[in-house]
Design a protein around this ligand. Structure first.
Ligand code: PLP
Ligand code: COI
Length: 356
């Protein structure tokens, strides 16, 4: 992919950049925003007013339907500094595609994929000095869309905003995770919208995650809502296992977000001739497999999370420990391979990077 430059964006730059006053030490995920943001409006059946503006507050009616009925979704992707001075945005076309799946499910308008990508490329380009260069750091890009009709009728809004924020980030998780297999609460149900990156999916996960945190867990492993017998995903990442040398991950369905990192890991693993299985995985297969030594690795895969090893899994009052003796051979190798591609350190054999 190569950058094109056809979207007509009105650009208002900041008078004074905050960059020199900003510390990049110990970056907390999503707390610091770059100088600018992208904004577009959907009115009269079309997208218009493409603007890059100084990052700042929005004047909005308290009646907008996003606040009342949750017509809102977001995306997440990252940009990396390359050693040659270029910047690579990782697979923005896939986020554009997925955002339209979210839009469809939430009765929101499609945004043409080239507008999505060009908006991001233009914003990242303007704030490229904000991209951290330290290992495991990147510029996190947060596109999002929300309904703006100031009306309390329960119906799809006629107006929307699409915006993009960018934020320099370090690692999302500091250390391998202790996770709990959730068997009371559900994140998503069949026929619902778990596959969409709907804001409401995250709201619903906060209470269960807080309860688990009180018990010392970093994240939840969500299970199917009917039986709580099958593994679905983590709260902010997809989940994968190495079972007897094979890469095994839940097949995606309408309850699971179809991760772009997941897809990248699968493609890379296949290119290394590692057998890949996308299928249903039962909770008992995992916990018994850890005990018997069949399951040698478990890890989360996501944009913010990157490749994050799982060290312990809690289920039914029992703690199952992974990797006590075996090194995390696959996840370490995958983490490095993905990082090297995303940061322009190695050949981008799949053409994943959008270069600006
Ligand atoms: N599942 C959930 C619930 C997520 O929030 C994320 C993060 O975006 C993922 C999976 C991983 O998706 P991706 O790799 O596209 O970031
Ligand atoms: C991402 O990885 O982009 C996410 O959306 C995860 C989380 C920050 C909600």
């Amino acid at each position: 992919m190569n950058a094109t430059d056809t979207l007509d964006i009105q650009i208002t730059k900041v008078e004074h950049s905050r960059l020199s006053e900003t510390s990049f030490e110990n970056l907390v995920f999503g707390k610091i925003f770059t100088d600018h943001m992208f904004c577009a409006d959907y009115e009269d059946g079309e997208w218009k007013n493409f603007q890059i503006l100084p990052y700042g507050e929005l004047p909005l009616s308290p009646a907008i339907s996003a606040l009342h009925y949750g017509q809102a979704f977001f995306e997440g992707l990252k940009a990396y500094n390359f050693p040659n001075g270029k910047v690579g945005i990782f697979r923005p076309d896939k986020n554009a595609e997925r955002s339209n799946k979210s839009a469809e499910r939430l009765s929101m308008p499609h945004l043409p994929e080239d507008i999505f990508v060009q908006a991001i490329a233009a914003l990242v380009d303007i704030d490229r000095a904000w991209i951290p260069s330290k290992p495991n750091h990147a510029l996190y890009i947060r596109p999002f869309m929300f309904a703006t009709d100031p009306a309390l009728g329960v119906q799809p809004s006629k107006t929307y905003k699409f915006m993009v924020l960018t934020s320099p980030v370090g690692p999302f998780f500091a250390k391998p995770l202790k996770v709990k297999i959730e068997t009371d609460f559900s994140r998503a149900c069949e026929g619902g919208f778990g596959y969409a990156k709907a804001a409401g999916n995250y709201a619903g996960s906060l209470l269960p995650a807080r309860e688990a945190a009180k018990q010392g867990y970093d994240q939840l492993i969500w299970t199917d809502s009917k039986e709580h017998a099958y593994i679905e995903e983590l709260g902010a990442a997809n989940i994968m296992f190495i079972i007897e040398g094979k890469l095994v991950t839940p097949s995606t369905r309408d309850t699971i977000l179809k991760g772009i990192t997941r897809d990248s890991v699968i493609q890379l693993a296949k290119s290394w001739n590692i057998p890949v299985e996308e299928r249903r995985i039962s909770v008992s297969e995992v916990v018994e497999g850890i005990e018997s030594g069949r399951v040698t690795e478990a890890f989360g895969v996501g944009t913010a999370a990157t490749i994050i090893p799982i060290a312990e899994i809690g289920y039914n009052e029992k703690l199952y420990k992974l990797n006590e003796s075996s090194p995390r051979e696959f996840s370490n190798r995958m983490n490095k391979a993905l990082n090297d591609i995303r940061s322009g350190l190695t050949e981008d054999q799949f053409g994943w990077n959008y270069i600006i």
